[in-house]
Write a protein that binds this ligand. Structure first.
Ligand SMILES: Nc1ncnc2c1ncn2[C@@H]1O[C@H](COP(=O)(O)OP(=O)(O)OP(=O)(O)O)[C@@H](O)[C@H]1O
Ligand SMILES: [Mg+2]
Length: 329
């Protein structure tokens, strides 16, 4: 994928960042039918400077969704297919010997971009996964002792198939919380699937997003302006208490060996704030917290094997917690 950054739109400075972010959703809908929670999750992560993990069975538009987001944003973007033989240097870059100067120079890898589509991340061995996870956490790459900062904004959208699929290397549990949100793309409803087919019958080509009318409608300046507004959002003490109580309740769940950490609690505060802002409010409601609880927390807890065998899932534990913890009024 070319790493070209289109020029900013005229008058971008006076535009309302919320409108720009909402326009982004409309652009994505030109290619992707439905999958609204995943679209929301991606936009929220952009606003929070967080990375995204998208999970779903093959063929539910994980790749198409991220490719469309990239096309609708005025940022540099690259895509890496994580194959079993991919090496860490293929992601981060490496030192290359230049015979003319008789010196080694750093050849930046695809991670040096704004929006990196890390496709099928669990098909690559742990060593290569680790190099990406490190870059995500530190927002820099260190080769030969020299740290090299990654560009800003920097967001990784990684896709994976559910772990029980053959030939996959599950991401290390302890590092999953480097992703701000984990989005699960379900199979489409019958109506949505009919719409997918209708678009294809009418000539939609997923390889040609330009022909589908997808345009770059938001850029880094919109994200900066949005983040400045989100930072001003007020959060009532009762909402902070609600987030803390939800996270504490996961630590007491008999189905879990590990509940949500305080880092997870701060993540939920951030995503709920971004969601409240997107919804056009300058304060956070309990419903904002509820809306973002599953995508923000589901990958930050560990099920006990017994519970897992009984069919308990991270989402079912979180749903039970949401149903039991008193909601502030
Ligand atoms: N919700 C949808 N909206 C529009 N097109 C869809 C949708 N779901 C599936 N498709 C169609 O199915 C194709 C497959 O999607 P895509 O390649 O993005 O799947 P994926 O989830 O990345 O699968 P894999 O896990 O195999 O990589 C898309 O290019 C598109 O044509
Ligand atoms: Mg894919």
């Amino acid at each position: 994928m070319a790493d070209t950054v289109p020029a900013p739109l005229a008058g971008a400075a006076e535009r309302d960042p919320r409108q720009a972010l909402q326009a982004l959703r409309a652009e994505i809908a030109k290619a992707v039918v439905g999958q609204d929670p995943a679209v929301t999750g991606l936009v929220v992560a952009l606003l929070c400077r967080g990375h995204v993990l998208l999970e779903g069975v093959p063929g539910v538009a994980k790749t198409l969704l991220v490719r469309t987001l990239a096309a609708a944003l005025r940022v540099g973007t690259k895509r890496v297919q994580f194959t079993p033989d991919l090496m860490p240097g293929d992601v981060t870059g490496s030192l290359v010997y230049d015979a003319r100067t008789a010196e080694f120079s750093f050849q930046p890898g695809p991670v040096f971009t704004n929006l990196l589509l890390a496709d099928e991340i669990n098909r690559t061995p742990p060593k290569t996964q680790a190099s990406l996870l490190e870059a995500m956490e530190e927002r820099q790459v260190t080769v030969d002792g020299t740290p090299r900062p990654l560009p800003e904004p920097f967001l990784v959208a990684a896709t994976q198939n559910p772990v029980e699929y053959e030939g996959t290397y599950p991401l290390p549990e302890a590092q999953l919380d480097r992703f701000l949100v984990k989005l699960i793309l379900p199979l489409p409803t019958r109506d949505n699937e009919m719409q997918v087919l209708a678009r294809h019958a009418a000539g939609f080509d997923p390889r040609d997003l330009g022909a589908a009318g997808v345009r770059a409608v938001a850029g880094p300046e919109d994200l900066d302006a949005a983040r400045a507004e989100i930072a001003k959002l007020t959060v009532a003490p009762e909402i902070l208490a609600y987030i803390v109580d939800l996270c504490r309740a996961t630590r007491e769940s008999p189905s879990l060996s590990l509940g949500v950490s305080p880092r997870g609690a701060t993540a939920l505060l951030n995503t709920a704030r971004a969601w409240a802002w997107l919804a056009g409010r300058d304060y956070v409601t309990p419903d904002d917290v509820k809306a973002l609880a599953l995508p923000t927390l589901r990958h930050r807890l560990q099920l006990r094997p017994e519970a897992e065998m009984e069919g308990v899932t991270a989402d079912s534990v979180l749903q039970a917690v949401l149903a039991h913890v008193p909601v502030p009024r």
